[in-house]
Design a protein around this ligand. Sequence first.
Ligand SMILES: [Zn+2]
Length: 392
Amino acid sequence: MSLVSGLTQLKLSSMEIAGSLGRSRRDFLRDASGLVLGSSLGGSSAFLQGQTQQKKRKVVVVTFGGGARDQETFAPEGQVNISHMLHELAPRSTFFTQMMNKGILGHYVATASLATGVYETLNNFSAVPPGHPTVFEYFRKDLKRPLSNTWVIAPSNGFNRIGESEERGYGPGSGARVILPKHLLKAASSGSSADLKHLLLDSYETPLYTPHLGGGEIELQQLDAILKLSVADFMSHARSVSSPDELSMYIAKRLMREQSPSLLWITMHDIDIAHSGAYSLYVEAIQRTDRLCADLWRAIESDPEYAGNTTLFILPDFGRDADMEAGGNGFQHHRTGDTASRTTWMMALGAGIREGVIYDRPVQSIDLVPTLGAMMGFSAKLSQGQLIRELL
Ligand SMILES: [Zn+2]
């Protein structure tokens, strides 16, 4: 029985729907990429042992931003849009088919939840810090890492506080620095931004929302010091890219080369253009995000600071609605909070990760941070997630 006919014939519980989505993804992946189902948690993944290696360990997290449905990604009719992930990345990855987000489905609050390991309840459209310590704070405090060792590249000015909480013992000055490419672009192009409109739109949901900045974001004059990039070169590159995520990826690669952060977090967001209702732009954004993820993996593998000691995580912040009924919004939004919009996936590849394995068991968005802690050697004390033992 297919999911859709199941839905119309009987009221399935959300757990059953989530399970069915996960199993479909697993079958699609096995057909397309030849992955096998993981069954045992036995044995360690022969991971880096010892201090020296642990010191070199790097993690890059990419959110496959803004939510895409299976119809345009893992389902047979969508696979053409994610050919890089399916054929280049999935065969090298451990893949979780059911990553559940049980929190609020707004992009900033969901990303903050991913970064703290707690379902945050902050107002999605306000410039407030996450309510609990972030992975960046745990990482720096326990491993005694300098400010330059962890960075966030975020798509929207509304993410400017994502780098650190206000929690006692952590908080201001102890988290990650945040780069907001759109903010930099706006500052660099003031007065002559007409040709850059497609890169400057800050939010696809509330285009008029302009948060007041005041977090740890870097400013234009620091481009040169941090990225060895002149404003003129930055502008000329911006004019050559087609989307904000392309600009973010350019900054990410530059940052890897100049600062070699050990914990790098990149939030992509192009796919959220689906809110505009333009299906072709939504699909194009999925294809671009797929290409950028593979591109990033190649950059990791070709950089001596990263090759062989880096684990890459790719996961959506959440999904999109699946209400295909008349009056529903189809691919466009994530406002119903239905099971499809909460059931996503996660791919991990690189150092310490078993290749070509799929796990069906449900994991949660908040499980990422404690798992990163176990991998890198810090304790995410206040996170509420569980360890994903299949990755350890
Ligand atoms: Zn959205």
